[in-house]
Design a binder for this molecule. Structure first.
Ligand SMILES: NC(=O)c1ccc[n+]([C@@H]2O[C@H](COP(=O)([O-])OP(=O)(O)OC[C@H]3O[C@@H](n4cnc5c(N)ncnc54)[C@H](OP(=O)(O)O)[C@@H]3O)[C@@H](O)[C@H]2O)c1
Length: 271
């Protein structure tokens, strides 16, 4: 990619994106990062060969990135944005991955004409198996849409939303979702221990089962229900467990409650 990219915030998600961009298309010379922690900055510069600055005031006066990716915590976004308003006014597309922060929030801080793209990635981005949902305001040009699509495709699938209101539910399902799956692996191990397995064996069985099943979902064309039915013999052991999990008070109503809680929190963060 010939575009220039400015990454603001190189923590867990910004760092994951950065690693994938450098592996999949961006030259180190095209990427500049702003990271206030000097130790993190030094390590990034050494490991990736990119330019890392502690604050945006250190950027050269004629620097103008094609794309700015905001990957700081939602709580510090309002204080962070004013330093970048002149780039947005000059036409740099501003891509945010912050949970809960709306396009109108960015328009307020970066100007009404700023091209804004709001994205919600998830942590499997760190191994290029993420999924990112994206919403753009009307100021974003088709070329800028393509640039955002290409940048985010470096870390997995990309889906464009026509309605920004869906973003809270997207955040609840795929943004926060990997944590639910990790918790499933913890619960499966705990259940194995309760069933009499040694700790190490239960943890190993649970981990390989969750990751192997995830890999099947990733590689095979059948939907999740078909894959489940394929391994459930009538009257067998799997059917006995699924009778509990699929009962009216089983996993589905619990997950509905969990997703509602996450979506409500995403709305709160927007306020
Ligand atoms: N982690 C996820 O699974 C996930 C999923 C989807 C979306 N997101 C979104 O991704 C964003 C980042 O989350 P994260 O988990 O990567 O957080 P994180 O690990 O805390 O990373 C944020 C980074 O930004 C740095 N920072 C703070 N203020 C800054 C500023 N003014 N300019 C530049 N950098 C600054 C922080 O440095 P210090 O540590 O020195 O303060 C830190 O390195 C959040 O908005 C979150 O909603 C995260």
């Amino acid at each position: 990619m010939s575009a220039t990219l400015l990454l603001v915030g190189c923590g867990k998600m910004g760092g994951a994106l950065l690693g994938s961009w450098l592996e999949n298309g961006f030259a180190p010379s095209a990427v500049t990062a702003i990271e206030p922690n000097p130790e993190t900055g030094k390590a990034l510069s050494k490991n990736h060969g990119i330019s890392v600055l502690e604050t945006p005031v250190e950027l050269h006066s004629d620097y103008r990135p094609d794309i700015i990716v905001f990957a700081v915590k939602p709580q510090v976004m309002a204080d962070t944005l004013p330093d970048y308003r002149h780039y947005a006014e000059a036409g740099s597309v501003c891509l945010s991955i912050a949970a809960g922060k709306t396009v109108s929030f960015f328009e307020k801080h970066l100007g009404p004409n700023a091209p804004i793209v709001r994205a919600m990635p998830n942590t499997p981005a760190a191994i290029q198996q993420g999924i990112t949902a994206v919403y753009a305001n009307p100021n974003v040009t088709p070329e800028q849409r393509d640039l955002c699509q290409n940048s985010l495709e470096a870390v997995g699938e990309v889906v464009w939303l026509e309605d920004e209101a869906l973003m809270d539910s997207v955040t609840a399902v795929s943004g926060s979702g990997p944590a639910y799956i990790f918790y499933l692996a913890e619960c499966l191990a705990e259940a194995g221990i309760a069933a009499g397995l040694p700790n190490d064996l239960a943890i190993r069985l649970a981990r390989a089962t969750v990751s192997g099943s995830g890999a099947m979902l990733h590689q095979m064309t059948e939907d999740a229900a078909t894959l489940r039915e394929n391994v459930t013999s009538p009257g067998g052991t799997t059917a006995a467990a699924l009778e509990v999990l699929m009962a009216p008070n089983g996993l589905s109503p619990l997950l509905i409650k969990a997703i509602q809680a996450a979506a409500a929190r995403s709305k709160e963060l927007a306020d």
